[in-house]
Design a protein around this ligand. Structure first.
Ligand SMILES: CC1=C(CCC(=O)O)c2cc3nc(cc4[nH]c(cc5[nH]c(cc1n2)c(C)c5CCC(=O)O)c(CCC(=O)O)c4C)C(CCC(=O)O)=C3C
Ligand SMILES: [Fe+2]
Length: 398
């Protein structure tokens, strides 16, 4: 390999895995929830209820261990490609905090950092809010005399690595469902042949968001949050159907609604979808949390406890597909994205892999994208976006 063909993250000095954070012990739960909801008017009753979800699991979220595992997997994949750029981890809402992670990077000599957020889709919660946090951290560090430049990797919901890992996970869930069904469900014909079993419906699930946030996610982007999910869902269902040799009927449902009842959020809730499918005659369903990259609280509580309870009450067999976690296709896809961005910044023109109908997401967000509500500038500065006065031609290119 020529030196110029060696994979490289230059000009970046470090990679930052940026995530949500979660409590480690019961005493962390309330302060963590205060950080999460600072200024956003989540009713106290909802906070107490969410606190209970954490106490149900000993006051500890699984998300930190999952991020540590992803961090290790990213380092290993990069090392396997001969890239020794450091990869560190920081969170929006809990220790290790973003500002501390960036300060440590600066103190170790890093000046240019490439960030990867643990949200695959674009919306205020998955994109701009992280970029606001980055802007606030950079301002705090600049006030300490520490100057850093941070870029963010494009949204990766339609990257082939993420989609392939979901296809694997959903196919495996169907295989478990089939194995559990045994011969009782696949009645043998008189001649010993098997009648094709109708495929159980596939319910894709993601985090619900308020309708104004959904509208804001579709401004200055190729598709809104829900449309991004519909694109991925259609691809995954089709590829799983090909793997199973029978078409898979699918729907998109939501979980984890919060906020006040007066604000509309994306619907239907997963439990309502399961109830409707059962009423339509389904005996089993596969639930696939494509909106999440690991089995954190929304998945282990809202799906594995709540939705399963609904399914059990209905007498509906439910098989929950794994999240992508540290699946090799997913991790390799993330590393491809890091290398792609570095190459672009160096002035190369790398392949920008994307599957589905929407095309690769912009590397640099447009100024108005992913607002809390469409058209309303909150005045909170966000990093990793084009300047307001960027000429139209530059905007189209980013
Ligand atoms: C789109 C989206 C993702 C993206 C998917 C992703 O990035 O993975 C996500 C991730 C997460 N959300 C998480 C936890 C919480 N989210 C909350 C609140 C909210 N989320 C929202 C949306 C999202 N959230 C919204 C519109 C709200 C209400 C307004 C607000 O407050 O912004 C609240 C407050 C109480 C409540 O209202 O439920 C909590 C505790 C955790 C940690 C889990 C753990 O600890 O294992 C993770 C990864
Ligand atoms: Fe955005």
């Amino acid at each position: 390999m020529r030196a110029s063909d060696m994979p490289s993250l230059s000009p970046y000095d470090a990679v930052l895995l940026l995530s949500f954070g979660g409590p480690e012990k019961p005493e962390d739960v309330v302060p963590f929830l205060r950080n999460v909801t600072a200024g956003r008017g989540i009713p106290d009753e909802r906070l107490a209820e969410v606190g209970e979800h954490y106490y149900h699991f000993g006051g500890r979220s699984p998300i930190n261990d999952q991020n540590k595992a992803l961090l290790a997997a990213l380092r290993e994949d990069l090392a396997g490609r001969g890239v020794d750029t450091p990869v560190v981890w920081g969170n929006r809402n809990w220790d290790p905090f973003l500002t501390d992670a960036l300060r440590e990077l600066h103190d170790s000599g890093a000046r240019r950092v490439l960030t990867l957020v643990t949200s695959a889709y674009g919306s205020y919660s998955g994109c701009r809010q992280y970029r606001e946090n980055i802007a606030a951290s950079l301002a705090a560090l600049a006030a300490e005399g520490r100057e850093l430049e941070v870029d963010k990797v494009r949204a990766y919901f339609n990257h082939p690595g993420f989609v392939a890992a979901n296809v694997e996970a959903v196919t495996a869930a169907y295989e478990r469902l089939d194995a559990a069904a045994g011969d009782g469900d696949s009645a043998a014909d008189a001649d010993g042949g098997r009648r094709p079993r109708p495929a159980a419906p596939l319910v894709f699930v993601t985090h619900s968001i308020p309708t104004p946030m959904e509208v804001g996610s579709g401004v200055e982007t190729a598709a809104s949050y829900s449309a991004q999910h519909l694109d991925v869902a259609g691809l995954v269902a089709q590829q799983v159907g090909e793997r199973l040799g029978r078409p898979v009927p699918w729907e998109l449902a939501y979980c984890s609604r919060s906020g006040t009842p007066v604000t509309p959020w994306l619907e239907p809730d997963v439990s309502r979808t399961l109830t409707a499918l059962h009423a339509d005659g389904a005996a089993a369903a596969v639930v696939a949390p494509i909106g999440f990259i690991s089995d954190h609280m929304e998945v282990i509580y809202d799906l594995d406890v709540e939705a399963r309870e609904t399914a059990d009450e209905l007498g509906l067999r439910m098989e929950r597909a794994a999240t992508v976690g540290t699946a090799p296709e997913f991790v390799a896809g993330l590393v491809d994205l890091l290398l792609e961005r570095a190459a672009t910044v160096r002035g190369d023109v790398p392949e920008r892999a994307a599957v589905g109908a929407l095309g690769p997401w912009r590397d640099v967000c447009r100024p108005g994208c992913c607002r809390l509500r469409a058209g309303v500038d909150s005045g909170v500065p966000a990093a990793c976006q084009a300047p307001d006065d960027a000429p139209a031609v530059t905007r189209a290119a980013v």
